[in-house]
Design a protein around this ligand. Structure first.
Ligand SMILES: *Cc1c(COP(=O)(O)O)cnc(C)c1O
Length: 419
């Protein structure tokens, strides 16, 4: 089920007022839903030793949301320098931060390895000598290659640019030890938007096996495994949500078994993004045009620069029209933005209630990888973000871009090179 009935029930009675006050389009997030999901996650994994979620910042990089995550005891997974700075800016440091970059540059390493920097998660064996100062605690992202199959969004492990290959992973730890590493973790991320809990359980089992093998061979212990993000959400009404309780129980069982065998067990880390916030955000947009040519088009005041997933991955986002749930007058339409790109469609040949100009359309599940994937192509400006607090208050948590923001990078000191 997309957007929860609870969120809908609290949002709909006030949506007209919110739209009038703040102006459309906007993403709005639900504090209550985010906290319920976070608390459910903690409960589901309570029996897995040392469980900790590191919220994947790129899913929803807004400090107001990140503070909610921090309050629940979560850390942050950062994949760029800016994300690291965002997390530090709200007061998270050191082992509350994972830095998982790919094709890492030297300046990223310098920021990551500052005192109290973060847990460094290295993506390749060739990067080891490039780390300015090898931290005591080091993690590698493992890519198992042909022994596992990935899924559509993230691709097959063999074709994926991420991680250290199976044949290099042991040497990577040996090389890190030579440079002074003393504490160890192992990370992987193989799936994206995966709804099958078994895939995630197999990933935990795979990491435990690999950790066990390297531990036996090198005589080192591992402090944690990190099974990555990639937990799916049901975008389509007919999708079945992932069984997080069962997953928690099964992984806790695997870990207890590991501990019985070895006398120690690594902690369980994960870095979910989509699962934490995806269903708890929607894009609210207004119908501004109707066009009837070879197909019927509904033009709305948001464009794909506010939500790229449908255009980029052909992803389905459920849509409903406020106040027209029971409408019997339906039509098949494409819902489009204003960008000069024919992929700028929120829905293609979707059956929706007939609309009028001014109707409010709600595009579901935009709480992760929605606003954050936005862009400025065609001079389009990115929309604002709002937060529906548990108290019922609606807070602006990021303003919309304006033309001055767009022009800001065109104002600079003259700089040219004569050759
Ligand atoms: C994107 C990403 C995540 C989060 O992915 P979700 O699908 O949002 O759970 C976690 N870890 C890393 C390294 C990522 O790149």
């Amino acid at each position: 089920m997309p957007m929860s009935h609870d969120f809908k029930a609290r949002l709909e009675p006030v949506i007209q007022k919110i739209s009038d006050h703040f102006g459309t389009p906007f993403h709005i997030y639900d504090e209550k839903g985010i906290m319920e999901t976070g608390n459910h996650l903690k409960k589901a994994f309570a029996d897995a030793e040392g469980f900790k979620e590191f919220f994947a910042v790129k899913a929803l990089p807004n400090p107001s949301i990140m503070k909610i995550m921090k309050k629940m005891g979560f850390g942050f997974d950062c994949s760029s320098s800016t994300e690291l700075l965002l997390a530090r800016d709200i007061g998270s440091f050191g082992e509350d931060l994972m830095f998982t970059s790919n094709n890492t540059s030297i300046d990223q390493f310098e920021l990551a390895t500052e005192k109290d920097g973060c847990i460094l998660n290295l993506d390749d064996i060739s990067l080891i000598p490039k780390v300015p100062q090898m931290p005591e605690l080091i993690c590698f992202r493992y890519n198992p290659g042909p022994s596992r199959t990935g899924n559509d969004i993230i691709g097959n492990p063999v074709e994926s640019k991420y991680g250290v290959s199976d044949s290099q992973i042991k040497d990577a730890y040996i090389a890190a030890i030579k440079r002074g590493a003393k504490r160890f973790g192992m990370h992987t991320m193989l799936a994206s938007n995966e709804l099958d809990h078994k895939y995630m359980k197999d990933t935990a089992a795979m990491l435990l096996d690999k950790v066990s093998e390297i531990s036996d061979s090198l005589g080192i212990k591992f402090e944690f495994i990190n099974i990555g993000g990639g937990f799916g959400i049901p975008y389509r009404p007919e999708d079945t949500p992932m069984n997080i309780d069962l997953l928690g129980r099964e992984i806790a069982f695997l870990m207890a078994e590991f501990k019985r065998e070895k006398g120690w067990v690594p902690k369980l880390f994960m870095e979910s993004g989509r699962y934490m916030t995806g269903p708890h955000g929607v894009l609210v947009t207004k119908v501004i045009n109707h066009k009837n040519i070879y197909r019927k088009y509904i033009g709305v005041d948001a464009s794909m620069n506010a939500l790229m997933r449908p255009g980029m991955y052909n992803a389905y986002h459920h849509i409903h029209v406020v106040g027209k749930d029971d409408s019997t007058k339906k039509e098949t339409v494409d819902v489009v933005g204003s960008l000069c790109e024919n992929i700028d469609k929120f829905a293609v040949q979707r059956t929706l209630p007939e609309t009028e100009e001014g109707d409010i359309m709600i595009i579901h599940d935009t709480g992760a990888h929605g606003h954050s994937m936005g862009f400025n192509y065609n001079g389009l400006l990115r929309p604002k973000e709002l937060l529906l607090r548990i108290s019922g208050e609606i807070e602006l948590i990021r303003r919309e871009q304006n033309v001055d923001d767009y022009f800001a990078t065109l104002k600079f000191e003259k700089n040219s090179l004569k050759i």
